[in-house]
Design a protein around this ligand. Structure first.
Ligand SMILES: [Zn+2]
Ligand SMILES: [Zn+2]
Length: 163
């Protein structure tokens, strides 16, 4: 007697119904007409092809999604790195500018201090000579034969040394 059967796959799907031919049917090349109604399920140890394909597609899709996400994250990381480097560069440049300005300030302050030191040691030659020139103009009015420039200079220096 021929038998109908179908498979239950591990995915839970059922296969279509098949007919298992009995020996006499195979020999006679016919199918028994009276097939029993109780169809016996057989256990399969595999998922059905549809589920295999679906799972394969899902895995491929997951792989593609993972690859895309990884690429996205790498891009984001590179962007952040770039931004960080730019921020660092700006900070360094600002520091460098501040350093240059500070050094300039220090240099100026030092020069000013040295100038003051010099003034304390030597007096203020421009003020003294300026005053002398005015005074000299009046005082040297009578002694014109020595010449204004030379005589004035030496007298300014002279008063400078004395004070
Ligand atoms: Zn049969
Ligand atoms: Zn299935």
């Amino acid at each position: 007697m021929c038998q109908k059967w179908f498979k239950i796959y591990t995915c839970g799907c059922a296969s279509p119904t098949y007919v298992q031919f009995c020996r006499p049917a195979v020999a006679a090349d016919v199918v028994c007409q009276l097939l029993p109604e109780d169809v016996q399920p057989r256990k399969s140890f595999f998922p059905c092809y549809d589920c295999i394909r679906a799972q394969h597609r899902a895995e491929k899709a997951a792989e593609a999604a993972a690859a895309m996400k990884a690429a996205e994250e790498a891009f984001k990381k590179a962007e952040e790195e770039k931004k960080h480097k730019e921020t660092e560069r700006i900070r360094r440049e600002a520091e460098e500018r501040a350093r240059v300005e500070r050094e300039e300030e220090e240099r100026k302050a030092k020069a000013r201090k040295e100038e003051e030191e010099k003034i304390r040691r030597e007096g203020r030659p421009w003020e003294v000579s300026g005053g002398n020139k005015k005074g000299k103009g009046r005082r040297d009015g009578h002694g014109g034969r020595h010449g204004n420039g030379h005589g004035g200079g030496s007298s300014a220096w002279g008063s400078n040394w004395r004070s």
